[in-house]
Design a binder for this molecule. Sequence first.
Ligand SMILES: NC(=O)c1ccc[n+]([C@@H]2O[C@H](COP(=O)([O-])OP(=O)(O)OC[C@H]3O[C@@H](n4cnc5c(N)ncnc54)[C@H](OP(=O)(O)O)[C@@H]3O)[C@@H](O)[C@H]2O)c1
Length: 202
Amino acid sequence: MKINILGTGKIGGGLGEKWAAQGHQIIYGVRDPQNPKYQALAGKNVQFKTIPEAVSSSEIVVLAIPFPAVKDVLEKAGNLQNKLIIDTTNAIAGVPAGFQSAAEAVKNWSGSARVIKAFNSTGSANLRNPVYQGMRIETLICRDDVDAKKIVQKLAEEAGFEVIDAGSLNQAILLEYFAKLWIHLAYQQGMGAGIAFKLLRR
Ligand SMILES: NC(=O)c1ccc[n+]([C@@H]2O[C@H](COP(=O)([O-])OP(=O)(O)OC[C@H]3O[C@@H](n4cnc5c(N)ncnc54)[C@H](OP(=O)(O)O)[C@@H]3O)[C@@H](O)[C@H]2O)c1
């Protein structure tokens, strides 16, 4: 698949490396494609384009930029109406007025009905290695579009996660609070980034 990733940092770069290794074509949308700092991510199956060029060349858009930059980036990204947008963001400083969640804001600002919340609820170190004691941890997802869910489920599994479907996108705030809990435990409670939640079933 061709996957456009906006953001080359801990989340965008981490997912891109994994999916490129699985044979997907990764097109990073960046502010300055010529900037040598991106060379660390360069390699087979990887390209760097401006954000509008990257968005227009792929059906799948992964949002992996700080939430405060999202509105502006989406406005400049071109037509997003039919894109499958994977929203990894967390609005740490708060969800903008008028929205219930960052994901709902992304849906509104992008005009896409195919927004999926995923990969937001655990730390980037767990994204690089999602295995604890021989068990794969889950990424929780919220989605409205069933076909989009199938695609994201496959991509999540290829990145090493199991998937828990937490329901429709209007539940995404639960995943965003879940991320806040993980951040609180890791950093405010001093447990560190080597912690993860796992759903156990009887
Ligand atoms: N880190 C985590 O553990 C974690 C876990 C779950 C979810 N998240 C969420 O994932 C998202 C990305 O986090 P991260 O930790 O990967 O961040 P990061 O390592 O700081 O990387 C941020 C990326 O966003 C790009 N960016 C920043 N402002 C931009 C703008 N105005 N226009 C275009 N690109 C811009 C940066 O590009 P430049 O290189 O050009 O500056 C960089 O590639 C955030 O919303 C965060 O809340 C993070």
